[in-house]
Ligand binder design. Structure first.
Ligand code: KIV
Ligand code: ZN
Length: 510
């Protein structure tokens, strides 16, 4: 069995998704969850790109227990210095240096000759090697690079000290057959192929990112790069959960293992979707809502007789909770904390206490509280703790006649913060709430997105609202609220998004 290393770039390439903007706290939450998932390395960001990114990379490096923290750098000494400084406390630091090698990039973007590209690679990999034992080099746009020059660039990087070579399909241009040929060529033309680790990084422009990654694995790659839910530039990156599950389900074919705890997949995917504001399509492999739904009568009949007739993956394998044994309003704290444990949550006593209080409120409204309900309840609880501002209370007057009006109380999420009360109106109830929050928070924002989704089935489902607001420069901030009541969920989401914008504004002004 070949061991495959999983490298996550949700917090770097994933954050390059238009409209996605994680704050430091959210990045740390995702990084910790990735660590629970069993990820080997996390690309935490691009430290030179902004002071915020530098701080986030540092915070992630400080918080990870054993996972490798990686910082991205162009072939520039100041980029490499920034990664070195951001990873100063990392238990397992690594740097990812890249330079484009394709003729298109050489001619139009870099305006460099082949010789200049090779010199730059050699110099900057050597420069990085002074500070890092683990140096990854990526020839950007590798799949549109002449094969002989690609091998030359890779050999130059290895000679200069690179320990990992990553082959990016930057534009999502290649296909599995070509990917296989690229790796076969490199195996032949790189004398030290077996002395370093080879990796692949695929984009999904033609819908082949997962297939290309698997082709690379079959032809010598022992590391795969990607993101959770496949988020990323344009059509996104390889969805790591797809590769991890394919390797497990088709172990007979790939003969590979990994450190991934597949049972934590759904939880991680939900967190990334929730914090990025990027919904998971219902038909998305592995974690989409329909991945385990059987509609046709023939399929249903088969599944009832034996699930393996139409199901190659069990929901349990990837942590999708079935509604077995729902809890109710008579369930006690012991049953609740046991269920949390069964669902893989490791909460402190204090968190269990407050999550239990919320469970009781929910159980009063819903007859049966499913495992999914509990997972969303904990997610909402974690959000509330991480938020910059909290919705304390909301009253709404609305109806078919008259103007909707609200009274809202908001508080900064720190001890001894004052509760601020405001009232306002709007043409509809949601507008009344948002106007009132604007008035209280004075955040100078405008709404760019509002989405409402029922999280669980039935008339009594919990709702999740996603909002996005933008500041004057157009920077977007996402907020999510989960509640039984859609109006409350909307207010929570809006307060969260405006709170992030305001916190960012305050940091910049300080
Ligand atoms: O897609 C790409 O080429 C990248 C590089 C930085 C590896 O993201
Ligand atoms: Zn990329």
């Amino acid at each position: 069995m070949k061991q495959i290393d999983f490298f996550d770039t949700t917090l770097r390439d994933g954050e390059q998704t238009p409209g996605v903007n994680f704050n430091t706290q959210e990045k740390v939450r995702i990084a910790k969850q990735l660590e629970e998932w069993g990820i080997d390395a996390i690309e935490a960001g691009f430290p030179i790109s902004s002071p915020g990114d530098f701080e986030a990379v540092k915070a992630i490096a400080d918080s990870l227990e054993s996972t490798t923290t990686v910082g991205l750098a162009r072939c520039r000494e100041k980029d490499i210095d920034a990664v070195r400084d951001a990873l100063v406390n990392a238990k397992s630091p690594s740097i990812h240096v890249f330079l484009a090698t394709s003729p298109i990039h050489r001619e139009y973007k870099l305006k460099m000759t082949k010789e200049e590209v090779l010199e730059n690679i050699a110099h900057h990999v050597r420069y990085a090697k002074q500070y890092f034992e683990s140096v990854q080099f990526s020839p950007e746009d590798a799949t549109r690079t002449e094969l002989d020059f690609l091998a030359e660039a890779v050999n130059t990087a290895i000679e200069a000290g690179a320990t990992i070579i990553n082959i990016p399909d930057t534009t999502g241009y290649t296909n599995p057959k070509e990917m296989a040929e690229i790796f076969q060529y490199l195996q032949k033309e790189c004398p030290k192929f077996d002395e370093v680790m080879f990796s692949c990084h695929c984009h999904n422009d033609l819908g082949m990112a997962t297939a290309n990654a698997l082709a690379a694995i079959e032809n010598g790659a022992t590391r795969v790069e990607g993101t959770i839910n496949g988020i990323g530039e344009r059509a996104g990156n390889t969805a790591l959960e797809e590769v991890a599950t394919a390797l497990r389900i088709r172990e007979d074919h790939y003969q590979c293992t990994s450190h991934i705890n597949l049972e934590q997949t759904k939880r991680l995917s939900d967190l990334v979707s929730h914090l990025s504001g990027m919904p998971v399509p219902r038909n998305k492999p592995i974690i989409g809502d329909n991945a385990f739904a059987h509609e046709s009568g023939i399929h249903q009949d088969g599944v009832l007789k034996n699930a393996s007739t139409y199901e190659i993956i069990t929901p349990q394998m990837v942590g999708v909770q079935t509604n077995a044994l729902p809890l109710g309003k008579l369930s006690g704290r012991h049953a609740f904390s046991k269920r949390l444990e069964d669902l893989g949550f490791d909460l402190s006593e204090e968190d269990i206490k407050s999550a239990f209080a919320k469970f009781k409120v929910l159980a009063d409204k819903k007859k049966q509280v499913s495992n999914e309900d509990i997972r969303y309840l904990v997610l909402g609880h974690e959000d509330e703790q991480a938020a910059d501002y909290k919705l304390v209370s909301l009253q709404l007057m609305t109806g078919t006649n008259g103007i909707p009006s609200t009274v809202i109380q908001i508080k900064e999420n720190k001890e001894d913060a004052e509760v601020v009360t405001g009232q306002g109106m709007g043409k509809g109830p949601i507008e009344a709430i948002f106007n009132t929050v604007d008035d209280i928070m004075q955040a100078n924002s405008h709404l760019t997105d509002y989405r409402l989704e029922a999280l669980t089935g039935g008339i009594d489902a919990q709702a999740e609202v996603h909002v996005a607001v933008a500041n004057e420069d157009g920077t977007q901030y996402n907020g999510s609220g989960i509640d039984y009541d859609v109006v409350t969920a909307s207010a929570m989401a809006y307060v969260q998004a405006c709170g992030k914008l305001k916190a960012d504004q305050d940091t910049k002004e300080a």
